[in-house]
Design a binder for this molecule. Structure first.
Ligand code: CA
Length: 346
């Protein structure tokens, strides 16, 4: 083969190669973009919401996600202050916080008031901007405002409490913030809903999962009408992956007092392991392709009137649920413990 013939043979291959490389690097750039994340939580009913929020801040410090807003479905005056003091602790006091009005579970729970009002020598132990839930704007308005400002198809929502806020968002009409209805806004802006909700698999049949059964009608609406893919982390996932007491005892020594350790101690006790329901939804939302979880086939999750959840396979169905094997359980536990206990960059 003479030189020119060789060149004629090689050049198209080179061109294809360069194009492939360019494509690959564009894809890699896209992967490196932080996940635009909204965290919707019933913070205060269990301590895993607080753990999940700490994990989000660690992932944000690593450039893996951007926390756009925290919206709250627990209607207690100390829930928003708790979210705020964690945001301040991790150097993100600017994150908008939206509060449900007329929501469920108004009771204090075991740690919100204690951590929010803790004092040292007459000074509040964990500074915050929000003194009570009334200081925070209503959640649906916050969701509409934040979503309207984001690029199309870019937002991931992690819902780890009740479906109150997101069901109301679907019903929200066009307003000054956006000419789109809530449903249209979600369809336009949201890429994925990662939800801690339900219980799946044969051994879970008939189980009424807390996030669903505590506010069942919004949950029924959400799973019937939400216009983007949903990946659910069922009760069985977080229950199988226990955060160890040892991590809470040993991994937070970078600071004298840590609001998460205090909350954990009030809620669970530092001698006890803790299921990681909400953490798994956040981990999947930000790192969906790291092999931490397997996914069910596509299908449809249906919430029954009694709060049980069922799943039926359906080609191109919009819903899936997480599955873990023993090796994944160990990997996820380790990742979650490191992320939760990662010192703030601020
Ligand atoms: Ca929760």
């Amino acid at each position: 083969m003479n030189y020119h013939r060789a060149l004629r043979t090689v050049l198209p291959l080179l061109t294809v190669g360069i194009a492939l490389c360019a494509g690959a690097s564009t894809a890699a750039e896209a992967v490196r973009q932080p996940v635009r994340l909204i965290f919707d939580t019933d913070l205060g009913n269990d301590v895993d919401d607080a753990m999940a929020l700490c994990m989000i801040h660690a992932l944000a410090d690593r450039g893996e996600c951007e926390l756009l807003a925290v919206t709250i479905t627990k209607d207690n005056p100390y829930a928003a202050p708790m979210a705020d003091l964690l945001n301040v602790f991790y150097g993100r006091s600017e994150v908008p916080i939206g509060m449900v009005r007329g929501g469920v579970t108004p009771q204090d729970g075991r740690y919100l008031r204690q951590v929010a009002t803790a004092q040292d020598e007459g000074q509040v132990r964990y500074p915050r901007k929000i003194q009570t839930g009334d200081d925070a704007p209503e959640a649906v308005g916050v969701l509409r405002q934040v979503l309207a400002a984001q690029p199309d198809g870019s937002v991931v929502l992690a819902q780890v409490g009740f479906s109150t806020n997101l069901a109301r968002l679907l019903d929200s009409p066009a307003d000054d913030v956006s000419p789109l209805t809530g449903r249209e806004l979600v369809q336009r802006k949201v890429r994925l809903l990662s939800a801690m909700a339900g219980a799946f698999g044969e051994s879970m049949q008939g189980r009424k999962e807390y996030n669903i059964v505590t506010d069942v009608e919004p949950a029924r609406k959400l799973f019937a009408q939400w216009p983007t893919p949903i990946v659910a982390s069922g009760w069985e996932i977080g229950n199988a992956i226990k955060h160890t007491a040892r991590s809470m005892q040993e991994d937070y020594r970078y600071v004298q007092r840590h609001p998460l350790v205090e909350a954990y101690d009030y809620y669970r006790g530092l001698q006890n392991d803790q299921p990681t329901y909400d953490l798994t939804s956040v981990l999947y939302a930000v790192r969906p392709d790291r092999g931490y979880f397997d996914l069910s086939p596509p299908g449809r999750i249906v919430v029954e009137a009694d709060g049980t959840t069922s799943f039926r396979e359906e080609a191109n169905g919009p819903h899936r649920y997480l599955i873990v094997d023993p090796i994944q359980i160990a990997r996820v536990r380790e990742a979650q413990e490191w992320l939760c206990s990662q010192p703030p960059v601020k």
